[in-house]
Design a protein around this ligand. Structure first.
Ligand code: GLN
Length: 449
């Protein structure tokens, strides 16, 4: 069914960089054979899954939507992908993304753009735009994405699907091409909260991944307690965020309705303060480019990917491979990172950014003393039209509601709340929770979906 949906919708949506029909059919046949033989099949048996193209899967290319890795064949499989396959999932393909996950619209892919399945003149969000669009278009039932500053939650919001960034460390990053190692986290997309809970079960079992030193044992049954009432629990709202400049009326209205629904279900609504939240974007756009610069130094035109032909010297080969292998945004991030880490500059930006990071983490810890979760927007608006936001700093500003959770490592989930009466596009709410409370987060998500 997923391959049929790809046949009929992919020309308009273009969610995939590569459709792995052979791998999918092989996996499906293996599952069928196992079932016929009376063997145990996994909880995701036969479920079609799309993987963001920064996740390694043997038998596919892993390009990160970059010319740099255009022909790069995976030589091993990422833990997150392997765990989905171990649960029985059927790998349908590799989803489009912003180049190396730098962006909010998937437009920086070196190969093609992805269109929002609800209205193809609009962006799907990013950087995991292909994953979100694949699920929204029925071209996959589940998808994995990565979220460094909102790249799961924002495209989920734009495409009207559920998208979860688990707590940092909950899902292994082994085999996922790094952007900002202290911020990156893998998570699932699904049409319903229950689907995302099923995927979380697969991603976290059987516990910690010894191949990722930051991975933690977070294996619980995410389906258990999913339908428990939220009565007696408390939801925090941050007035400063609810009144933020640039927050559209359609998103405000949807959030007000979600709060009413939680109140009706017996949850208590409390105001909480995150005094340093306004500095989150500034801190992120220092920390993330510095880490990206460091991580992407490995693409030197020798060890991986694109190599400029006919160079006279090694230095020329490295610089021309990088000049011609990376796109504009990837270069902008790395130049920014290189500058910010240089001596004299480092003290002025990187060090204070790390201090802001600590302050924001403390703000959240204080807020969670008086509430169980925080309700806030996923994105300030619904999906915009291609061409409507082209200035990079304006684009960076649209991450205002997601970034703080990567800075402190907590979990967050974007939940669709229907279509906006104004734009007729999906509108969503975000729920954030304390570290390692991802199961409770899904219970709240379930209560408002
Ligand atoms: N939009 C943010 C950025 O461009 C987040 C990207 C991400 O989470 N990968 O950095």
């Amino acid at each position: 069914a997923a391959l049929d949906a790809i046949d009929s919708r992919e020309k308009d949506v273009q969610a995939y960089l590569q459709v792995s029909a052979d791998l999918a059919l092989e996996a499906a046949e293996r599952t069928d054979a196992r079932r016929a033989a009376g063997e145990k099949i996994g909880p995701l048996a036969g479920v079609p899954v799309a993987f963001k193209d920064n996740m390694h899967l043997v038998g596919t290319r892993t390009t990160c939507a970059s010319k740099m890795l255009e022909n790069y064949e995976s030589v091993f499989t990422a833990t997150c992908v392997q765990r989905m396959l171990d649960a029985g999932a059927t790998p349908v393909g590799k989803a489009n993304m912003d180049e190396f996950a730098f962006g909010s619209t998937t437009e920086s892919s070196a190969f093609h753009r992805t269109n929002n399945p609800w209205d193809t003149s609009r962006v799907p969000g990013g950087s995991s735009g292909g994953s979100a669009a694949a699920v929204a278009a029925g071209e996959a039932t589940l998808a994995l994405g990565s979220d460094t500053g909102g790249s799961i939650r924002q495209p989920a919001s734009f495409c009207g699907v559920v998208g979860m960034k688990p707590t940092y460390g909950a899902v292994s990053r082994y085999g996922v091409v790094a952007f900002g190692s202290s911020l990156d986290q893998v998570g699932p997309f699904g049409r319903r909260v229950e689907d995302v809970a099923l995927a979380m079960n697969a991603l976290t079992a059987p516990g910690r991944d010894p191949l990722d030193s930051t991975s933690q044992d977070c294996a619980v049954d995410f389906l258990e307690h999913l339908d428990d009432p939220v009565e007696g629990l408390s939801v925090g709202v941050v007035p400063q965020l609810m009144e933020a400049k640039g927050l559209s009326q359609e998103v405000r209205d949807a959030l007000a309705a979600a709060l009413d629904s939680l109140r009706d279900q017996g949850a208590r609504v409390v105001e909480v303060d995150l005094p340093n939240i306004a500095s989150a974007i500034a801190a992120y756009y220092v920390i993330a480019p510095c880490e990206a610069f460091s991580n992407l130094a490995r693409f030197d035109g020798v060890r991986y990917g694109y190599q400029e032909p006919d160079c006279a010297t090694l230095a020329q080969q490295t610089s021309l491979s990088r000049a011609h292998g990376f796109g504009e945004e990837a270069k902008r991030r790395q130049m920014l990172g290189a500058y910010l880490l240089s001596s004299g500059v480092y003290e002025k930006y990187y060090y204070p950014a790390q201090q802001v990071r600590t302050l924001i983490t403390q703000d959240y810890a204080r807020a969670y003393q008086s509430c169980d979760v925080i309700l806030l927007p996923s994105a300030p608006t619904t999906a915009w039209r291609f061409g409507d936001v082209s200035d990079p700093t304006q684009m960076y500003a649209s991450d205002m509601f997601t970034i703080s959770n990567n800075i402190c490592g907590n979990g967050g989930v974007s939940v669709p709340l229907g279509l906006s009466a104004q734009t007729h596009m999906p509108v969503s709410a975000q729920l954030q929770g304390p570290a390692f409370s991802d199961r409770r987060l899904l219970r709240f998500a379930r209560a408002i979906e």
